[in-house]
Design a protein around this ligand. Structure first.
Ligand SMILES: C[S@@+](CC[C@H](N)C(=O)[O-])C[C@H]1O[C@@H](n2cnc3c(N)ncnc32)[C@H](O)[C@@H]1O
Length: 205
């Protein structure tokens, strides 16, 4: 049976981190007054900062642990990259990747202002996407992959970038999927379905 997307995180760690990494810090000035509203907000360039309830649901499915290496595909405003950076802590690593260069510049500035236990979050960074390449294969493998844009099909190239026991959470054709790698081959994985969600499209190729 598919896990419920509403299952609460036992320690409410995700809610705590989402509050600590204030959404306001990653929004355009004209959107900051709306930060507490549970809806997507424009970040310009036709893109959005995701709805907080959706981010929380995806993070619960992703089961990020301290020390994990995480890929954040479609890092947009940088908010999810910062949240993931907090969840993995200084022993982990987070690579955000975003195809809109103007968003990369802005999100890097917002991320560089984030402090973690008195130090900058140097283990989280944001890369400009190569239009011909999905994800960051040169930096793979990742224990966790979060995709915040909707794919038409499950991208096998991202399954290739998971560790043999890694987890990817990705919306595909309007449905949230959790893909768990179960072995060394890309075909070694299980897929569970976790409800309907709308996202901007994942641009491939
Ligand atoms: C919903 S938005 C931003 C979500 C982000 N986590 C946030 O809350 O700000 C999804 C982003 O995915 C980006 N995107 C789409 N296709 C991409 C690709 N192939 N590689 C990297 N980023 C991509 C879009 O430009 C957009 O900024």
């Amino acid at each position: 049976m598919a896990d419920s997307i509403d299952q609460p995180d036992p320690a409410d760690r995700i809610a705590t981190v989402m509050t600590r990494r204030a959404r306001t810090d990653f929004l355009l000035p004209e959107q900051q007054a709306s930060a507490a509203e549970d809806r997507p907000l424009s970040i310009g360039h036709g893109q959005t900062n995701s709805q907080p309830a959706t981010v929380a649901a995806m993070l619960r499915l992703l089961e990020v642990r301290p020390g994990d290496r995480v890929l954040d595909v479609g890092s947009g405003s940088g908010w999810t990259t910062a949240i993931l950076g907090d969840l993995v802590g200084s022993a982990g690593e987070v690579d955000g990747v975003e195809r809109v260069e103007a968003l990369v510049s802005r999100s890097r500035a917002a991320l560089s202002a984030q402090m973690w236990e008195g130090m900058p979050m140097t283990w989280a960074s944001i890369h400009v996407a190569d239009p011909a390449v999905l994800g960051l294969p040169d930096r793979a493998p990742f224990g966790r992959i979060l995709v915040s844009a909707e794919a038409a099909e499950v991208p096998v190239t991202l399954i290739d970038q998971l560790t043999p026991d890694g987890i990817m959470v990705i919306p595909v054709r309007g449905e949230m999927l959790r893909i768990i790698r179960t072995g060394p081959d890309r075909s070694d994985h299980t897929t569970t379905r976790h409800g309907s969600f709308r996202f901007v499209p994942l641009i491939e190729g």
